[in-house]
Ligand binder design. Structure first.
Ligand SMILES: Cc1cc2nc3c(=O)[nH]c(=O)nc-3n(C[C@H](O)[C@H](O)[C@H](O)COP(=O)(O)OP(=O)(O)OC[C@H]3O[C@@H](n4cnc5c(N)ncnc54)[C@H](O)[C@@H]3O)c2cc1C
Length: 321
């Protein structure tokens, strides 16, 4: 078999693939990252990372940047529908890793910086607009079948392959790793908003445990807010994934087209499942390809010094009835 062109091929340049490429590059390994999307994804999914992820990002030289794109998620309050507090817990201003326990951030800005940290390593190359469609391995390496957007096909030979290609992982399927699914899944409408005027959100993160509309209200990083509304049994995804519906759900929170910009709305299905085998010979799985959990614990991602003074306009503690 042919000699590997690179030590490691990483499939997928999401946060996990990007961080892994930067870490391997800093240790002198040759790395090719193959990413199907021609450009970095411009919209956020995750909004929270913990102190350990912050330390990991600091290790990539991103410590300074974290201050500009994240803010401490100092408190998380769970309320019932009447606004009574059921539970309130706080991220310490400084956790065990020297960063706040909890950090709220804007994913596109962080992903751009991660990719730049990876490509700054002379041994790391990111090939965008190229998808992995096939995989064959032997004792000495792995051959990946690649297909570009224009249909051109090519092979890439690597010593090792890490599938960081997300929840619908092709690599996972190609090595037939199997999936255990707990069957715990719910659809949520994700709404990202930029308010025209800053407001005070105290506490910064809130979970409304109201069965008639479970709702998450959290920071989306400095200057941004995220609302998440669970789909109810009588609603279809199409009904919920609608701009007018998003504004109607935001209205009780005093957020209207007159004072905010809707960056996006999308329905995601949160799932609880994992790949049965995370390593098959020279092929490994990482990130969502290996494991998915509902994101309410905000675990899996990359925190800064406290941001400036609190903004001035208050926000209702609960939606108006
Ligand atoms: C609404 C929402 C909110 C969330 N909130 C949080 C949170 O607050 N905190 C947290 O830690 N997590 C959160 N998560 C989960 C978090 O976003 C994921 O765990 C994380 O994005 C997984 O990163 P990844 O790199 O493994 O996969 P992805 O981000 O899915 O990236 C996979 C990449 O692989 C590429 N790819 C796929 N197939 C191929 C192929 N065949 N060839 C080449 N490239 C391919 C894709 O284009 C993509 O760029 C949330 C998720 C959602 C949906």
């Amino acid at each position: 078999m042919t000699t590997p062109e690179v030590d490691v091929a990483i499939v997928g340049c999401g946060p996990v693939g990007g961080v892994l490429a930067a870490l391997l590059g800093r240790r002198g390994h040759t790395v090719a990252v193959v990413e199907g999307h021609p450009a970095p994804y411009a919209l956020p999914r995750a909004v929270h990372f913990d102190h350990e992820v912050a330390r990991l990002l600091q290790g990539l030289g991103l410590g300074e940047a974290l201050g500009a794109i994240s803010e401490p998620g100092s408190e998380y309050e769970w309320r019932n529908g009447a606004g009574q507090v059921l539970l309130r817990f706080g991220g310490r201003p400084v956790g065990p890793s020297g960063w706040p326990d909890s950090n709220m951030f804007w994913q596109p800005a962080l992903e751009r910086r991660i990719e730049a940290a990876a490509t700054a390593q002379r041994t790391v190359e990111v090939r965008r607009g190229v998808s992995v469609v096939d995989l064959d391995q032997d004792d000495d390496g792995v051959t990946l079948g690649l297909r570009a957007a224009d249909g051109t096909e090519a092979d890439l030979r690597a010593g090792w392959v890490v599938g960081c290609d997300g929840a619908g992982s092709t690599v996972r399927d190609l090595v037939d790793a199997g999936v255990t699914d707990l069957g715990f899944f719910y659809d949520w409408l994700i709404v990202d908003v930029v308010l025209d005027e800053p407001r005070v959100f105290d506490p910064i993160n809130v979970q409304v445990c109201e069965p008639t509309r479970p709702t998450t209200v959290v920071s989306g990083g400095p200057g941004r807010r995220r609302w998440e509304f669970m789909r109810l049994p009588h609603e279809t995804v199409e009904e919920l994934d609608d701009e007018g519906r998003a504004w109607a759900l935001l209205e009780p929170w005093d957020v209207t087209p007159g004072d905010a910009t809707l960056e996006r709305h999308a329905v995601y299905r949160f799932q609880a499942r994992w790949a049965d085998r995370w390593r098959t010979g020279r092929v490994l799985l990482a990130g969502d390809a290996a494991h998915q959990m509902p994101p309410f614990a905000g675990q899996g991602w990359p925190r800064p010094p406290p941001s400036g003074p609190s903004p001035s306009r208050p926000c209702p503690a609960s939606p108006r009835a």
